[in-house]
Design a protein around this ligand. Structure first.
Ligand code: DGT
Ligand code: CA
Ligand code: CA
Ligand code: ZN
Length: 577
């Protein structure tokens, strides 16, 4: 069994124990073990088989969990899990994914109405029976119905970074088998969409049979959905992401890449254009309609060129004006990962990060960054041990000292300051004034109505020390939508005050995203792309922020952290960027 699957058994059991209102300490120990197992670089089963080692060497795995792991390795389950599954069906786990319902409410629903599936739950709400339970009401019924709709829309989609990792693994695996010319992911992954439905992998090869055989026999494949001469579909891993591999000859690789990259709407517009020119365009190439003579197909570039267009970067292929821009030679010169010089949002062990300032700086230096801002949380995020005024000022002093020593990367003293309910800052001005920059973010009271939230954000932008508005919409992908507010007014105010809007590169957020980026740019706003790293490895997420910026048609000049450190500091001191 793979580590990810073992981790899933542990965390599902913890979920069921939560519904059963069991002891919090034991629930946490299963959760911690799940995290530890999932992140462990070696296979748990290998360690268990090695008599010279003990599984308890893994942090988060004590004696009790060690026994559980041994039992899982032996028979694929463990006693506590079996007990829980006797009491609740596995479908009960899905109910936990519905926003607005905690484990206690779910326990009640199961007890009173025998609700075990989302469909059951929907029915109970529609029949207005949820409101009959203690502490539940008509409002909650509505909220749950909305959550169910949202859940159904999201179900079966995957975060971009997860899909990208699967694609990279498979690419490496297939390449190692030989017979491969070109290999590239197409579809929504190539366009950089924030979530991916399925993975579309294209391979040019002389031996489709061999490539598809190797693909379907990959040990990570959990189910083969279909296999033909030139195409195979599988599901991988416990998560069940569908992957389609198409094998093609080199001569039509460009046409297939164009076709399967989509989007559908972009392709429709492009095909219409081809037809107007007396041609047809499909996954095999661009052809003369009458004679069926091949005009282009080997590369995407030659197809677009034949159609009188400059090649269009995949991130723009959403039929949002990219064809017109391409025809007129007005495509933006999109920002690239290499343009980014610094990272202006990250956390350390001072609050909820996993590494020290020095470790984050070292990781940033290794990634070739010129500067970083350490932006730990402020005090109202008590759970994260947020900084109060005294600690913030001491931290600014420490950063000045560290910079004198020189860590190979310039450090800015920053803070991710909570925006209070009324739009005020969590720390007093005197403390904020000691810092190089402040990222202001909303982390609480997200249920306000749009007018209140708009006022709150506008007031936050008035604070002279705020240089960045962090993860502006508050959305968490596959989990919750952003809070409502008048985005245009906030973007305008940010532009006027020289406050950059953040593109939070964390794959769970990617906030702001494309349509809002374009709207904000049209109002004169500027942006930073930041990782919000809580661990050195998160610095690598910058690429997802850059992809998101590109989907918003942004260029280097739109992104403040493409500036050298000196210019940035100068701009901040002058109060504009
Ligand atoms: P996803 O998988 O939901 O994240 O989104 P995509 O864009 O990857 O969509 P997918 O996997 O259904 O198809 C990949 C691309 O292939 C799609 O963007 C356009 C093209 N495509 C696939 N099937 C068809 C089709 O039946 N008609 C047309 N016009 N295009 C198709
Ligand atoms: Ca797809
Ligand atoms: Ca597909
Ligand atoms: Zn935050």
């Amino acid at each position: 069994m793979e580590n990810a699957e073992i981790a899933r058994l542990l965390s599902e059991t913890a979920d069921l124990m939560e519904i059963a209102a069991e002891d919090g300490f034991r629930i946490r120990s299963y959760r911690n073990a799940a995290t530890a197992v999932e992140g462990w670089p070696e296979r748990i089963e290998d360690i268990l088989q090695d008599t010279s080692r003990s599984i308890t060497e893994i942090p988060g795995v004590g004696k009790g969990i060690a026994n559980v792991l041994a039992e899982i390795a032996e028979r694929g389950s463990f006693e506590r899990r079996d007990q829980m599954l006797e009491r609740y069906p596995p479908t009960a786990l899905e109910l936990l994914k519905i926003q607005g319902l905690g484990p206690k409410s779910i326990a009640l629903l199961i007890e009173h109405y025998r609700v075990t599936t989302i469909d059951d739950l929907e029915k109970i709400c529609q029949e207005q029976k949820l409101r009959l339970l203690p502490r539940m009401g008509a409002k909650l019924e509505e909220k749950v119905l909305r959550s169910i709709a949202g859940y159904r829309k999201r179900a079966g989609r995957f975060l971009l970074d997860f899909a990208a990792r699967v694609a990279e693994d498979l690419t490496e695996y297939l390449t190692a088998g030989g017979h491969i010319g070109r290999i590239e992911p197409a579809g929504s992954l190539r366009r950089g969409r924030e979530t991916v439905g399925d993975l579309d992998l294209l391979v040019s090869t002389e031996d489709a049979g061999a490539v598809l055989e190797r693909f379907t026999s990959n040990p990570k494949v959990s189910e083969v959905l279909g296999r033909g001469e030139n195409k195979a579909s599988v599901r991988v891993g416990v998560e069940g992401l569908q992957v389609d591999v198409r094998a093609l000859p080199e001569s039509s690789f460009g046409a297939a890449l164009q076709y399967f990259t989509g989007s559908k709407l972009h392709n429709v517009a492009l095909r219409t254009r081809a037809v107007r020119m007396g041609w047809t365009l499909n996954e095999y190439g661009l052809f003369e309609a009458e004679s069926e003579r091949l005009l282009a197909g080997r590369t995407e570039e030659e197809i677009y060129e034949k159609l009188g267009l400059a090649w269009i970067p995949p991130e723009l292929r959403e039929n949002q004006g990219e064809l017109e821009a391409s025809e007129q030679g007005n495509l933006p010169k999109l920002v690239e990962l290499g343009d980014i010089r610094g990272d202006l949002h990250m956390h350390t062990t001072e609050t909820d990060g996993r590494a020290t300032l020095e470790e984050m700086a070292e990781a940033a230096r290794e990634r070739g960054l010129e500067y970083i801002a350490i932006t730990d949380h402020s005090k109202s995020l008590a759970m994260a041990n947020g900084l109060d005024e005294t600690r913030a000022v001491a931290f600014a002093k420490k950063v000045r000292e560290v910079n004198q020593r020189g860590l190979g990367v310039r450090i800015f003293s920053g803070l991710e300051c909570d925006i209070k309910r009324d739009g005020g800052m969590d720390l007093v001005d005197d403390a904020l004034a000691e810092l190089d920059m402040v990222v202001a973010s909303v982390h609480s009271y997200m249920n306000m109505d749009s007018a209140e939230m708009t006022d709150r954000l506008l007031r936050a932008l008035e604070c002279p020390y705020v240089k960045v508005l962090g993860h502006p919409t508050g959305r968490v992908l596959l989990h919750r939508d952003g809070y409502p507010f008048d985005f245009e007014r906030v973007a305008e105010a940010a532009a006027r005050r020289g406050v950059a809007l953040e593109i939070n590169a964390s794959p769970e957020r990617l906030d702001l995203h494309a349509p809002l980026l374009r709207a904000a740019k049209a109002r004169g706003a500027r942006f930073v792309i930041s990782t919000d790293a809580h661990h050195p490895k998160h610095l690598a997420n910058m690429r997802y922020g850059v992809i998101t910026a590109r989907r918003g048609w942004l260029e280097k000049a739109d992104i403040v952290n493409t500036l050298p450190a000196g210019n940035l500091l100068g701009a901040w001191q002058n109060g504009k960027q």
